[in-house]
Design a binder for this molecule. Structure first.
Ligand SMILES: [Zn+2]
Length: 104
């Protein structure tokens, strides 16, 4: 018997972290936030793959990273898709295949 996780267990919990280096805020998962805190360097891995050097807390928020926003949106709306392991990419049919199909 397979026990499916409750949908709430698949939710992605993130915090927007303002970068000291860029004028951008990145989304950091709770797990990566805890890892960054444990490391003690103030550097966190964002969901877009960027390494974020956290700005001081007085720093006002900046615009959000488009790649992080897209990832968070996709995780919230495409819950059945495994974004961490999307699988092999399917290539589009080439021009020759399309011409062959048109000829019948
Ligand atoms: Zn980002």
């Amino acid at each position: 018997m397979t026990v499916e996780p409750h949908p709430a267990e698949n939710r992605l919990y993130t915090t927007w972290v303002t970068s000291r280096v860029e004028a951008v805020d990145h989304a950091v998962t709770d797990e990566d936030m805890a890892a960054g805190i444990a490391d003690g360097k103030g550097i966190y891995r964002a969901v877009c793959g960027a390494r974020v050097v956290a700005a001081l807390l007085e720093e006002p928020p900046h615009t959000r990273c488009l790649r992080c926003q897209t990832y968070v949106w996709a995780r919230a709306t495409l819950r059945d898709m495994d974004l961490d392991n999307p699988g092999p990419r399917r290539s589009r049919p080439g021009l020759l295949a399309l011409l062959g199909w048109l000829r019948g």
